[in-house]
Ligand binder design. Structure first.
Ligand SMILES: Nc1ncnc2c1ncn2[C@@H]1O[C@H](COP(=O)(O)OP(=O)(O)O)[C@@H](O)[C@H]1O
Ligand SMILES: [Mg+2]
Length: 409
């Protein structure tokens, strides 16, 4: 046994050395593998015997990880598209009140281009809105606030939602300006209609009462009062028709029948329709039409209605002996029509308002009329992709212009 000991010791040494070498080699390979994972994960060897299992496990882990990363990437892209396209403003604020993210709508609403990094106070610049955000931070409860910003003609609503994870908050901002304006327009519209109805109805009532109390038998007053009743009923009928037209046009129920139209023929037929009326009012109506004008794309009867409305106004607001000129000439991308009169004119401060519904410069001087004609005309011109405006020299006359795009193929 003693003689065997040296041999056994030598064998043992060899076995130990072999294991040590195996251990050293494995460690070296794992280190090399770890280095590759760090610097070039795409070139991982998968065929090294000793570390095959480890390699496979890591490779499959990497595949799962890559898949999750790409899902996360596409979720991220989708979310940022939504945030970019959203018309409501979205702002993420950290616990210290600094903005971490603001979508384009928020930056536009607060007129700032680099909101992230700035404080809420710097960006929002309205103490009521900032207070709402502060309350949200303090109470950890959702807060909302609406304010009107007269300097910017804006009506904003802010909703601050606490972010319990990051102890910051999420701020949503909505621009309610349009909604508010529509509400006001609707309220004004109803009050205007009631007002416009009250006047003719009151005079109808007065006229019929006068007739009932004896004037009917009066050979002079009787027919005169009946004539006035007739005129009031006509005015009411016209108003009902105009209101109907307006509501149809505004709700998009009126479909334009667009076809090629020669500007000259439009001007001529509108002038022919109005010539008698103008002459009866002691006015001269003439046409100046440029030669060789291109055709426009238009709904003939609707455009004629616009010209008739404008000429009708010119007749109404021009004293006998005056003149009305209808013009058609080329303008950039279209044909410009104009109706000039030598009438009483329109004060500068009213020029931008005459196209509003029910707007009349001076209700006492206009006589008949509801103030709807020009607003109907404006809708018709805009539906043609055109533009309408007026210029005037008070006391000397007015010019109404509109441009209609020419026909392009
Ligand atoms: N050619 C014009 N000259 C002077 N004022 C005008 C002229 N055209 C329009 N206006 C003013 O614009 C207002 C609105 O016109 P419009 O919408 O056609 O309503 P209406 O003719 O029913 O009064 C008129 O009441 C008038 O005060
Ligand atoms: Mg009119």
């Amino acid at each position: 046994m003693n003689q065997l000991f040296p041999y056994l010791a030598i064998i043992f040494l060899f076995v130990a050395a072999w294991f040590a070498w195996r251990y050293y080699d494995l460690k070296r390979r794992v280190d090399e593998y770890a280095r590759l994972v760090r610097i070039a994960p795409e070139t991982l060897p998968t065929d090294i015997k000793q570390i095959e299992n480890l390699s496979n496990a890591i490779a499959s882990l990497k595949t799962t990880f890559d898949l999750q990363l790409s899902t996360l990437d596409s979720d991220n892209a989708r979310l940022s598209t939504v945030l970019e396209q959203l018309t409501d403003g979205v702002i993420i604020v950290d616990a210290n009140g600094f903005i971490q993210f603001a979508n384009p709508a928020a930056q536009k609403l607060f007129e700032i281009s680099d909101a992230p990094g700035h404080s809420v106070t710097e960006v929002v610049r309205n103490h009521q809105l900032v207070d709402a955000w502060r309350r949200c931070q303090q109470t950890n409860e959702m807060q909302s606030e609406s304010v009107e910003l007269p300097s910017r003609h804006q009506f904003l609503q802010l909703i601050a939602i606490p972010d319990t994870h990051a102890s910051g908050s999420l701020i949503l901002v909505q621009d309610l300006t349009r909604v508010r304006r529509l509400e006001t327009v609707r309220r004004d519209f109803i009050s205007n209609i009631s007002h416009e109805l009250r006047t003719p109805l009151a005079s109808l009532k007065a006229l019929t009462e006068t007739l009932q109390s004896g004037a009917l038998a009066d050979p002079d007053a009787g027919p005169r009062f009946l004539g006035r009743i007739n005129a009031e009923v006509d005015a009411l009928t016209q108003m009902a028709q105009e209101l109907l037209d307006l509501s149809r046009i505004e709700s998009g129920q009126v479909e334009l029948i667009l076809a090629p139209l020669a500007p000259k023929s439009l001007v001529t037929s509108a002038a022919d329709r109005m010539r008698m009326q103008a002459e009866r009012a002691g006015l001269k109506l003439s046409i100046k039409c440029e030669d060789g004008l291109q055709n426009i794309r238009a709904d003939r009867s609707r455009l004629e209605q616009v010209l008739v409305n404008i000429i009708h106004n010119a007749v109404k607001f021009t004293k006998p002996g005056g003149e009305i000129v209808l013009e058609a000439g080329s303008a950039s991308g279209g044909v410009r029509f104009a109706v000039r009169d030598s009438g009483i004119g329109i004060p500068a401060e009213s020029l931008s308002r005459i196209f509003e519904r029910f707007y009349r410069v001076d209700k006492s001087r206009t006589g008949s009329g509801t103030g709807l004609g020009l607003s109907i005309s404006k809708h018709i011109i805009e539906a043609h992709g055109g533009k309408i405006w007026a210029e005037s020299d008070e006391g000397r006359g007015s010019i109404f212009y509109f441009v209609i795009p020419i026909l392009t193929n």
